[in-house]
Design a protein around this ligand. Sequence first.
Ligand code: ZN
Length: 396
Amino acid sequence: MKIIKGTWLFDGTGEVYQEHAVVIKDNRIEAVLPWAELPEETGAEVIFVPGTMVMPGLIDSHIHVTSSGAADPTRERLEAQPLQTLRGADVARTLLEHGFTMIRNCGSSNGNDIALRTAVERGYVLGPRILASGMCITMTGGHGWMGGRQVDGPHEARKAAREQLRAGADLIKIMATGGVMTPGVEPGSAQLTIEEMKAAVEEAHKAGRKTATHAQGTEGIKNAILAGLDSIEHGIFLDDEVISLMLDRGVALVPTLVAPYHIVRGGVEAGIPAYAVEKSKKVIDAHTRSFQMALKAGVTIAMGTDCGTPLNVPGKNALEFELMVKAGMTPLQALIAGTGTAASVCDRKEVGTLAKGQLADVLVIRGNPLDDITLLQDKANILRVVKDGKIAITRG
Ligand SMILES: [Zn+2]
């Protein structure tokens, strides 16, 4: 048994307690209690560092685990698949070291994220829990086609979804619009049709899996929602109609504000391809505005980074919390987006919150991130990372 005491305890749903502790038995949370109610003599291992917050492990709902965040990702995409998978192992360890105990991978070439997920589960490599999408499904020449499964027509879309499920995908990733990182396509333009997406979504849902959609332009976002997609990734050009559809149908937004931030900030000087820089500059303001509209309207928002895009390197993920706060979230809302809400958007409700019966993914953070959200960006402040009841990382 382990008892992890915090000066503060954030439970992942919005409650913050003073002087509480998490009691862990095997890989599950046995109780969340005030210090005063802890059993006296248990023989348990007690972890307590004064001035720390105990909270659920962080969850990044949109990531590309096999990419390093190189300024120009083209070269990595063409590398041999085993090398891509091994790079993913390095990224996975880095993410765990930074407090991320679960990630949702939204597209890898050849499905190497699926192999990586299994490798982590079996203990071959150290990493967060990984939800793997396998290859993203895109139209011929559509966004992400270089590493994606290109389809035309509902029949092929259905088959592509079935292929990912056969390979062991945890979710299906579908491209509804153009995007920044593929030359020759525009973020604003719609790509796969409603009928094509519907076929893929149907297969995912039949198999009990969720779907995520790369959707940036308004028309494509609307198509994705009408096709039954479960989450809108990026959501750059939202409008009132789209937002009310999202609210009606319970569709979540994973904004990934940090993706264009790094591209615009680094620019071509950093080696980022000019097409990506130009497109990011065009969309970055609309992206923030859409996030703010969704937040105000009460759309479910989960934290995700698109880690792996240019300069969006593993370990910098927690910058997204700061950007979400700068754009209007309270620090508490941002933390919920990266814990409890992310878990439910990822369809893994057994993590993301601290409560009896939950899987024990727990962090000990030096300081109180609700006073300073940037604390989470420095791994020196992440004193313990507990994953599945075991201490994975110890510092300080
Ligand atoms: Zn992405």
